[in-house]
Design a protein around this ligand. Structure first.
Ligand SMILES: Nc1nc2c(ncn2[C@@H]2O[C@H](COP(=O)(O)OP(=O)(O)OP(=O)(O)O)[C@@H](O)[C@H]2O)c(=O)[nH]1
Ligand SMILES: [Mg+2]
Length: 455
């Protein structure tokens, strides 16, 4: 996945170029650092960023004011066109640490041209460290939490998830507010710098406190109503893809819903289109939902946001747990996935395990996995037969949930026919003296509702 070739690619699109920075603590093995950086790179790509370089330094702790030691810091600065130093001078007191990436505050000339215009640090930074790094590197610096927040924000669909994320965003941003930041600045509005010093900051913090309280209250109300809304929606045949990040959920979604063509190269676009109909379409339609991926070391402050974003899974009639069969940690991933699903109230939803990316697994190892997970389907987006089998398994599952019935629609209620045809599978329509007699198949819940309406 990390592609060293990207390094010197000219970017045709105005894509931001990110450099990943990681600090390796004494008790952390190399492999762990690489896995974590791979994950971070995957998240960055999902946000439409190009990763141009990775930089790792062994350090005893994460507490240094600039996180990195001098040599590495200068190496980093050579990628970003920064100075590698923080200049604490009179200038800083009034205007230092502006969040934007223009380099007004940097001494000129910059040592090297800028090859990365964003630095992403694979750890949680305290606000002071983030500010210091931005000064020394001359570009915007985000930490792991900041990136994950962006990913979740792009994926939040329900009102509850949006509120939860707004709250997480406030809690993340508030300690990062600075004397010279107005709220507009923090929201990326640019241009709206207040320049009224403390008054502005205090005002911003007060507003944050008010908004936080309001959000908490609103969340309580919304949680109550979301539950009933969700119950209503379960009439739709819906399957949700869940699992760890990078396991292949979106790729499967693309194949199943035939959306391959136009999401292929525009990763950002896939973020907004998380529910699509299974293709070729069935009657009634089966909807496929993509969900936000599980992560290693999910920052503590984002657990609630993650769960609320994942809660779309609760609307599903069937969960596809996507497991990267080529990942040695897969069994642990499955355990965590199941546990979280149970915790968000999705534990009772029928599950189909997918041993995915089988093309990357040796036959013998695959055999072993299949023995270990006998009910799992083996899938690979590279093998169309497995994709066909997966689609069939989904269709069969929802078929098995439908019962045959005879429904009489009186002429007075003929307007309902369209709705009925979409929600059920009508096998036969016979017009007679009083109306239409339908022979159809439908899920029990739909039938019950239909009978009540027609009564
Ligand atoms: N070899 C192989 N690679 C696959 C397969 N399915 C997906 N991939 C690759 O795995 C990587 C991750 O795929 P995604 O579909 O983005 O994974 P995801 O689960 O949606 O990840 P998040 O959205 O971050 O949770 C991509 O590089 C895909 O090309 C497969 O069957 N075989
Ligand atoms: Mg995805």
């Amino acid at each position: 996945m990390p592609s060293p070739n990207d390094r010197h690619h000219a970017t045709e699109r105005p894509q931001r170029r990110a450099m990943l920075v990681s600090v390796q603590l004494p008790d952390v093995p190399d492999a762990e650092v690489t896995i974590s950086l791979d994950e971070l790179e995957h998240l960055c790509k999902g946000l439409g960023l190009t990763v141009v370089h990775r930089l790792t330094q062994k350090r005893p702790n994460l507490t240094a004011a600039l996180l990195l030691g001098g040599g590495k810091l200068h190496e980093a600065a050579s990628w970003t066109g920064g100075t590698g130093e923080i200049h604490v001078g009179p200038r800083n007191k009034t205007h230092g640490g502006k969040k934007d990436k223009d380099d007004n505050e940097l001494p000129e000339p910059t040592p090297e041209p800028r090859r990365a215009d964003l630095v992403v640090v694979d750890t949680e930074l305290v606000p002071g460290q983030q500010r210091n790094l931005e000064r020394a590197l001359g570009v915007e610096v985000l930490d792991r939490t900041g990136i994950i927040l962006l990913v979740f924000e792009a994926r939040a669909r329900t009102r509850e998830a949006r509120l939860e994320l707004e709250l997480a965003r406030l809690l993340y941003d508030t300690p990062r507010l600075r004397d010279d930041d107005s709220i507009a600045d923090r929201e990326g509005g640019g241009g709206g710098r207040g320049g009224r010093g403390h008054t502005n900051l205090e005002l911003a913090k007060q507003r944050t406190r008010d908004r936080t309280a309001a959000l908490r209250k609103e969340l309580e109300t919304v949680r109550a109503t979301e539950d009933s809304r969700r119950a209503r929606r379960t009439d739709q045949a819906r399957v949700a893809l869940v699992g760890y990040t990078n396991s292949g959920k979106s790729s499967l979604m693309r194949v199943l819903t035939g959306s391959e063509v136009y999401v292929q190269d525009a990763l950002f676009a896939t973020l907004g289109t998380t529910v699509r109909a299974l293709q070729p379409e069935t009657t009634p339609r089966i909807l496929v939902a993509d969900t936000v991926g599980f992560l290693r070391n999910l920052p503590h402050g984002l657990v609630a946001s993650f769960r609320s974003t994942l809660e779309e899974a609760r609307e599903a009639g069937l969960l596809l747990i996507v497991l990267d069969a080529s990942d040695p940690e897969m069994p642990a991933h499955l355990a965590v996935t199941r546990q979280v699903l149970a915790e968000i109230g999705a534990g009772d939803i029928p599950v189909q395990l997918l041993l995915h990316k089988t093309d990357r697994v040796e036959p013998a190892a695959l055999q072993q996995l299949s023995a270990q997970f006998p009910d799992a389907l083996r899938t690979s987006t590279r093998d169309p037969d497995t994709m066909q089998a997966l689609r069939q398994a989904i269709v069969d599952y929802f078929d098995s949930q439908m019962a045959a019935a005879q429904v009489d629609v009186p002429y007075a209620k003929l307007a309902m026919l369209g709705e009925i045809r979409a929600a059920t599978r009508v096998l036969e329509e016979t017009y007679h003296g009083e109306g239409v007699r339908l022979m159809l198949r439908a899920p029990a819940s739909v039938l019950e509702k239909l009978r009540r309406t027609l009564r």
